[in-house]
Design a protein around this ligand. Structure first.
Ligand code: S3P
Length: 431
């Protein structure tokens, strides 16, 4: 898709579609709960539809009516054996989290997905689940999908992870529902805690971790009970409009319905430290998650250092933050973010390569990037490697391309992974 720069400020408001992490979990937990879970504001993106497909293949009836979805749960032991390989598409969240549920079933399953999924590291879930007694293997013995999972007796144990990953944590907690005693997990820093909030609300016996003590525990024996869930908007999708509002001169954008759970709001912390003018309005709670409308005004940003425990709170937003940092006065250092290399693409490599092509002063490091700003950006052809977050980050960069040629976002349709209506919503802010 070819995108021209804007000639006037961005103005108006956007309604942010449902949170991807919460949408996935609503289906998964609804499926293993008893009764019908009603989900309002479900994110109908390709990734979440992969999760729906997997549970339909295991005998769960799921009705879709616009962005309302009904999941007719069958309880912890109500899933049935699928008659083919479960297809997780492009979704790492589906592949990793679902493996915790599958480890506790009485039937065998195989999980697979697209080319990108078959390269993503799965040892991080295979190993802790094996520690719990699971029979799970990487079919090609390369630590990636396809994964074969056979029935096994699961035992409660203490897991320590060396990566702050909510997907790993969620897989272990779900396996813990099927274990014979308490399961605890300690992560290096607190990762997003939607699973803890939601499982507790569904009736699980769970003690969440905290910022100071990121250890969570779960005890088996409780049944999960269906619920009504209002999914807040996804801050990772809102991020593109936050970034756009901050870097397009004189913009003022109201971004409605944004989940600002403190384990997800790192982008707000970092942008505010860079001098961003972001106001929270209409602060409320949806599905146990802090939610607000965000009023964002163009700001003169300054460079900052981003690292340590804030990283898991903004990991998916780092390509967009790098784009904004090209417009900040001074140096921005992003470190402790080696995880970016094993996302849907190597996001360090692609962010640096594409921003360099646009004229930015940026270099890759082993665990992040260093950006010197401000620099003007010029048009370029953007290699997205079909990574939705790279495509949307560079659609934002295209807004301030300072020449008359358009920026070409290759394979821009990949935005449907997390935000099918992204280009429509971005257009709605252009005058
Ligand atoms: C997610 C957790 C994060 C995030 C991903 C969604 C989740 O991944 O990057 O987009 O829903 O749990 P990791 O758990 O690998 O950090």
């Amino acid at each position: 898709m070819k995108l021209m720069h804007v000639t006037s400020p961005l103005k108006g408001s956007v309604n942010i579609p449902g949170d991807k992490s919460i949408s996935h979990r609503s289906i998964m937990f609804g499926a293993i709960a008893e009764g019908t879970t009603t989900i309002h504001g479900f994110l109908k993106s390709a990734d979440c539809l992969s999760t729906i497909g997997c549970f339909r293949d295991m005998g769960i009836e799921i009705e879709e009516d616009g962005d309302t979805v009904l999941v007719h749960g069958k309880g912890l032991n109500g899933l049935s054996a699928p008659d083919h390989v479960l297809d997780c598409g492009n979704s790492g969240t589906t592949t990793r989290i679902i493996s915790g549920i599958l480890a506790g079933q009485t039937f065998e399953t195989t999980l697979n997905g697209d080319n990108s999924i078959q390269k993503r590291p799965m040892r991080r879930v295979i190993e802790p689940l094996q520690e719990m007694g699971a029979d799970i293997e990487s079919v090609r013995d390369n630590g990636c999908a396809p994964l074969k999972i056979r029935p096994a007796k699961l035992h409660g144990t203490h897991i320590t992870t060396n990566v702050a990953s909510a997907q790993v944590k969620s897989a272990v907690l779900l396996a813990g529902l099927y274990a014979d005693s308490e399961t605890t997990l300690t992560e290096p820093a607190l990762s997003r805690n939607h699973t803890e909030i939601m499982l507790k609300a569904f009736g699980a016996d769970l003690t969440p971790g905290t910022e100071e003590n990121p250890t969570v525990s779960i005890r088996p024996g409780k049944t999960l009970t269906a619920r009504e869930i209002n999914v807040p908007g996804d801050i990772s999708s809102a991020a593109y409009f936050i970034g756009a509002g901050l870097i397009v001169p004189d913009s003022e954008v109201l971004i409605k319905n944004v989940g600002i759970n403190p384990t997800r709001d790192g982008i707000l912390t970092v942008f505010r430290a860079m001098g961003a003018d972001i106001t929270e309005e209409n602060v409320r709670e949806e599905a146990g998650e802090k939610t607000a409308d965000l009023l964002v005004r163009f700001s003169n940003l300054k460079g900052t250092e981003i690292g340590g425990s804030v990283i898991p709170k903004l990991i998916d937003e780092l390509p967009l933050i790098a784009v904004a940092a090209t417009q900040a006065e001074g140096t921005t250092v992003i470190k402790d973010a080696a995880e970016l290399k094993v996302k849907e693409s190597d996001r360090i490599e692609l962010t640096v390569k594409n921003l360099k092509a646009m004229g930015a002063d940026i270099e890759a490091t082993d665990d992040g990037m260093i950006i010197h700003g401000p620099t003007p950006l010029h048009h370029a052809s953007i290699d997205t490697a079909k990574d939705h977050r790279i495509a949307m980050s560079f659609a934002v960069a295209s807004l301030i391309n300072d020449d008359v040629q358009p920026t070409d976002i290759q394979n821009s349709a990949c935005v449907s992974i997390s935000y099918p209506e992204f280009f429509r919503d971005l257009d709605s802010l252009k005058r």
